[in-house]
Design a protein around this ligand. Structure first.
Ligand SMILES: Cc1ncc(COP(=O)(O)O)c(C=O)c1O
Length: 366
């Protein structure tokens, strides 16, 4: 059989071999300790902080999508903290793109700089120079919320241990490890689980020593996910390709509508042919994601837009089946204009969404 397509890959990912009378996806294993006599390390399970069969199945599933080993954590931020703290010690240097997720930047300010790690933040044009002599290079592409696109193969080719935060794309749209990254980080809170109902994160790598070091970190730091969340995420995985197909189609349709209007500025979507990131995105992504950003010129107009929209829920996060949007500057932390909106297209019917976005834009203009 030729290489299976994305839907085929996710539908059975991580399922055990069929057994007469057994379910497709076994239920979550709820246990702290397991029955255990003798050598605890020889047992298949001993204590859930050390490992859990429900995690194991999901790790096999999402690791398999990237031909790598996956290590699960309780959230994307727990995964980011594990990556940073297993790679950086006092006196080492971290180079980051300055537009990466504000939570990761806040972590470096609160927990790395005070412990003697040098953090170099660089805009896209300065990243290559800032990476000289660094111990870790942290990239996010497309970045949240500004949707900058980085040439991952070129930057990972600089020879520095490289992390790509792949959250806005996810494993089906972009494969950072194939482009030379050492690690890929995913907040599975977003489209990987896709229903706005759980928090989860994971790291993939093809280096077994690095994977082991992350698992050791998780065991000792205790940043472990609950089995039910992991089971829910696994339960949602078979529809990932379908959800992405609709979400990406809707995002492109909305981006086109926005770009055609005179009263909307700064529309960013890597799938728009005129977008500054489009050419690189076309080379390194197989789809352009569910997130669109744009500027309505003022906080007041952005708030009026969010209030007038019926199918676009004012909420943070992205990647779920529901279309959501928010005025990003309400949080602080990102260098975006007051009227900047990040919108995540969901799985509603395209015509309904377009009609709603259009009426909300018209209503907010007055
Ligand atoms: C790009 C990116 N990385 C990491 C995270 C952190 O993930 P979590 O909220 O699951 O901790 C987020 C959350 O929004 C994100 O957008």
């Amino acid at each position: 059989m030729s290489e299976p397509g994305p839907s085929t890959r996710v539908v059975r990912a991580g399922l055990p071999a069929p057994e007469q009378g057994e379910p497709f996806l076994p239920g979550p294993v709820f246990a702290a300790p397991y029955h255990l006599s003798g050598d605890p390390y020889a047992a298949p399970a001993s204590y859930t902080r050390y490992g859990n069969p429900t995690w194991g199945r999901y790790e096999e599933a999402v690791g398999g999508l990237e031909d790598a080993e996956a290590t699960l954590f309780s959230s994307g931020m727990a995964a980011a903290a594990a990556l940073l703290l297993t790679n950086l010690t006092p006196g080492t240097v971290l180079t980051m793109d300055s537009g990466c997720y504000h939570g990761v930047r806040a972590f470096t300010e609160s927990h790395l700089e005070p412990r003697g790690v040098e953090v170099r933040l660089a805009a896209p044009a300065g990243l290559e120079e800032a990476a000289q002599g660094a111990d870790l290079l942290w990239l996010e592409s497309p970045s949240n919320p500004e949707l900058e696109v980085y040439d991952l193969a070129a930057l990972a080719g600089l020879g520095v241990t490289t992390v790509v935060d792949n959250t806005t794309a996810g494993a089906l749209l972009q494969r950072p490890l194939d482009l030379g990254a050492t690690y890929a980080l995913t907040s599975a809170t977003k489209q990987m689980s896709g229903h706005a109902d759980l928090m989860l994160g994971y790291v993939t790598t093809r280096d077994p020593h690095r994977a082991q070091s992350l698992r050791d970190w998780r065991r000792t730091a205790g940043a472990i996910p609950g089995p039910f969340e992991v089971w829910l995420a696994h339960r949602s995985l078979p529809t990932l390709a379908l959800r992405l197909e609709r979400g990406c189609d809707n995002a492109l349709a909305i981006a086109r509508l926005l770009a055609a209007r005179d009263d909307v500025r700064g529309v960013r979507y890597p799938g728009l042919p005129g977008d500054p990131g489009h050419e690189v995105a076309r080379r390194q992504m197989s789809g352009y994601g569910m997130v669109v950003s744009f500027d309505l010129g003022s906080a007041e107009r952005a708030e009026r837009f969010l209030e007038a929209a019926q199918l676009v829920t004012d909420a943070t996060s992205f990647g779920s089946v529901h279309t959501v949007a928010e005025r990003r500057a309400r949080w602080g932390g990102d260098a975006v204009p007051e009227g900047f909106i990040r919108l995540s297209a969901g799985c509603e019917d395209t015509a309904d969404l377009l009609a709603d976005v259009e009426q909300a834009l018209d209503a907010s203009a007055s």
